[in-house]
Write a protein that binds this ligand. Structure first.
Ligand code: XUL
Ligand code: MN
Length: 344
């Protein structure tokens, strides 16, 4: 498989047993070790982690034990020829995060969230990836009057600064999402995430992760979200996938819903040489109907889609495109792009 210098990643949650809010698991769960053995054969190079994907039950362990277990995971990765891309603190399942983590109205809960995030930083250090992703799952409201947005913004900034001070090397990539699980999230778009990062004590170490489905849920174009962040050197990771309109977060295979929208994401990433900057993460899930033994095809489809779109992006007739732009003949440009996507 020609990979054009790109490396690819996914998280253990991207091979999942098919449970949804209305029904239980429909496929057997694979162990972490079983999942690891699938990465290379599917063409992937790196693993994305939640803190407890790497160290299960970390709330019951002392910091030194957590580091020791993370070191064992690093050896496991090395045995498979894999690296870790990032570690994300899971700040949405524990009872202490019911009302939010860094923005909870309960000071004890906020303290819990900071401590948990420090442990995630320790794990990132032991896995030698140096990158933490913050998906701020429960930072927002169901009831707008229950919190103060300005105070929440400062609490989020303080949390980022605390982590930058705790670990002098770590870089933080904020992953915006406008809703789900919250009705209204405090960091819904790339612009919000970038603004927060630029206010941080060490702005050089704060960037963003763009997830296609999240941008679409915010009513935005993922390619423009990518391009905006890349204009400032801030796009450090992506969660490419697809999303059919404004409904629950679907994590469909990349390009499965809107081929042109996927094409434009690849076009912008490739034009800005993303292969030299980061790893292409695919935050995709197999649909619930997929039989157990066939439940990795969404990953195969997504990686193949990305690579075929790189080919299409590079084989565009750039000279003709420039002429059409100069003539302001955007209808002909439209036709050129559509014809190219249809293979002429
Ligand atoms: C949630 C989401 C998560 C994060 C990682 O919508 O995308 O997978 O990316 O915690
Ligand atoms: Mn994601």
């Amino acid at each position: 498989m020609e990979k054009y210098g790109y490396r690819f990643s996914f998280g253990p949650w991207n091979i999942h047993a098919g449970a949804d809010p209305f029904g239980p698991e429909v496929r057997p769960s694979l162990t972490f070790a079983q999942k690891l053995s699938l990465y290379k054969e599917l063409g992937f190079d790196a693993v994305q982690f939640h803190d407890d994907d790497a160290v299960p039950d970390l709330n019951d362990l002392a910091p030194a034990q957590i580091r020791e277990r993370a070191r064992a995971v690093r050896r496991q990765l090395q045995d498979h020829g894999l690296v870790a891309e990032f570690v994300a603190p899971r700040l949405w399942e524990h009872p202490m995060t019911i009302d939010g983590a860094y923005t909870s109205n309960d000071a004890k809960a906020r303290a819990y969230a900071i401590e948990r995030s420090k442990r995630a930083a320790d794990i990132a250090q032991e896995l030698a990836c140096g990158l933490m992703v913050l998906w701020l799952a429960r930072e927002g409201t169901y009831m707008r009057e229950s919190k103060d947005v300005g105070r929440a913004a400062h609490q989020l900034l303080a949390a980022v600064n605390t982590l930058l001070t705790y670990d002098k090397e770590i870089r933080i990539a904020i992953e915006p999402k406008p809703n789900e699980p919250m009705d209204l999230a405090y960091i819904p778009t790339m612009g919000h995430a970038l603004a927060l990062g630029f206010q941080a004590d060490d702005p050089k170490r704060v960037g963003v992760l763009m997830e296609s489905a999240h941008s679409i849920l915010a009513g935005l174009d993922p390619a423009d979200e990518i391009g905006f962040a890349m204009a400032f050197g801030k796009l450090w990771s992506v969660h490419l996938n697809d999303q059919n309109g404004l409904k629950f977060d679907q994590d469909r295979s990349f390009g499965a819903v809107d081929l042109r929208r996927a094409f434009n994401q690849v076009r912008v990433l490739d034009a800005n040489r993303f292969w030299e900057i980061g790893i292409v993460g695919l935050d995709v899930k197999a649909i619930r109907t997929q039989p157990a033994e066939l439940a990795t095809k969404h990953l195969r489809n997504s990686i193949q889609m990305f690579l075929r779109l790189v080919e299409l992006s590079r084989s565009l007739d750039h000279q003709t495109i420039q002429q059409l732009i100069a003539a302001r003949d955007y209808e002909e440009l439209d036709w050129l792009i559509l014809s190219h996507l249809m293979g002429k």
